[in-house]
Design a protein around this ligand. Structure first.
Ligand SMILES: C[S@@+](CC[C@H](N)C(=O)[O-])C[C@H]1O[C@@H](n2cnc3c(N)ncnc32)[C@H](O)[C@@H]1O
Length: 179
């Protein structure tokens, strides 16, 4: 009896974690580690740059960005269970000091400090998010979309398997002390 109650509860929690976020922007489906490396290489991600993962799930994008690319990685995740779990799974070492995970709705965030934005969300979510993000994004920022492209915007790079789309906006402009 106790075991079946526990399994029903676990199934409900897992279903809520995977399907529930659809209503906020995207279900939970982690990107492959190989593709995350490919995406960050295509972004020409540099040590010290700040990456945001929009809907950071289990935190894998953040770990790769901090550990293998030396980036400061910030995860925005709406689901408090995933926020808690991904924090527990962060190894306690020097690279995890560069990782920060916030319980945050991506539709209510200011991206002005982003150098790289990684997004694995549905077309519907991207359509809503993009006019807003572009208002605050630095001209030098790079956006990597995984599996879903930005509709109506020409990517700078697309992988041959059409899984990774890289965007740069206002290319050629740069931010410095005078602009
Ligand atoms: C397809 S998964 C991608 C996870 C991770 N970025 C990766 O690539 O492995 C989408 C994630 O976005 C989260 N999410 C959905 N809507 C959100 C919103 N409005 N704000 C923040 N996170 C959201 C979901 O909970 C889920 O973890």
């Amino acid at each position: 009896m106790i075991i079946s109650t526990i399994s029903v509860l676990l199934t409900l929690v897992l279903t809520a974690m995977i399907i529930g976020p659809v209503f906020w922007g995207a279900p939970w489906h982690p990107a492959s580690r190989k593709d995350i490396h490919r995406a960050l290489k295509l972004c020409e991600a540099q040590p010290g740059e700040r990456l945001y993962d929009l809907g950071s799930g289990d935190g894998r994008v953040l770990k790769i960005a901090a550990k293998d690319f030396g980036m400061d990685a910030v995860g925005l995740e709406i689901d408090p269970i995933k926020v808690w779990l991904s924090k527990q799974f962060l190894p306690k070492n020097e690279f995890s000091n560069r990782v920060n995970i916030l319980r945050q709705n991506v539709f209510e965030f200011d991206f002005k400090h982003a150098d790289v934005v990684f997004i694995y969300m549905t077309h519907q979510a991207l359509d809503q998010l993009f006019p807003k993000i572009l208002e605050t994004l630095k001209p030098t920022a790079t956006v990597a979309c995984y599996r879903f492209c930005l509709r109506g915007i020409q990517p700078e790079k697309v992988t041959s398997d059409k899984k990774i789309f890289i965007y740069r906006f206002n290319k050629g402009k740069s931010l410095n002390a005078y602009s």
